[in-house]
Design a binder for this molecule. Structure first.
Ligand SMILES: [Zn+2]
Length: 156
């Protein structure tokens, strides 16, 4: 069982819909129940799901440098391979455009891992302080009551 790890599913629409639907329970509840003839077992299964997919079957729908060859119906079918309830359980969607050859091969200075680590540690410390007297340990585990308590919007 996957516990507190990262599950990365590349080409998400290529998985069988039934396979993806099985992920709904652990994404929602943090555990998974397996029913057999004689007994039912529940295992811990809290994890971070990362998934990738193309914008359409040919992959060029949003590409400014090449034309998509898919029909609107093909694009619609491709997107409908992932159910609404599963999409509801994903928190962040990011469109990542294709990089040009020069962008991939050019050497440039990026943010050092050390400074990224420092920012992550600072964010984790804020979470530790925020949830000091609570049962959750990070934002991903917050329920609706936690969101109301800790994420109240002000007038602005
Ligand atoms: Zn296409």
């Amino acid at each position: 069982m996957l516990r507190n790890g990262v599950l990365f599913l590349d080409e998400l629409p290529e998985f069988k819909r039934e396979t993806l639907e099985v992920l709904r329970q652990p994404l929602e509840e943090g555990d998974i129940t397996v029913a057999r003839l004689q007994a039912t077992y529940t295992y811990p299964a809290r994890f971070m799901l990362l998934a990738s997919m193309n914008p359409c079957p040919c992959g060029l729908l949003s590409d400014p440098a090449a034309a998509c060859v898919c029909t609107p119906l093909q694009v619609q079918r491709y997107h409908h391979k992932i159910s609404g309830p599963l999409l509801d359980r994903l928190d962040i969607f990011i469109e990542v455009p294709r990089l040009r050859f020069e962008e991939v091969t050019t050497t440039r200075v990026s943010e050092p891992s050390r400074s990224i680590k420092k920012r992550v540690e600072e964010a984790r410390e804020k979470q530790r302080q925020r949830f000091n007297s609570d049962t959750v340990t990070c934002n991903a585990h917050m329920g609706s009551q936690h969101v109301q308590q800790y994420c109240a919007l002000d007038a602005d």
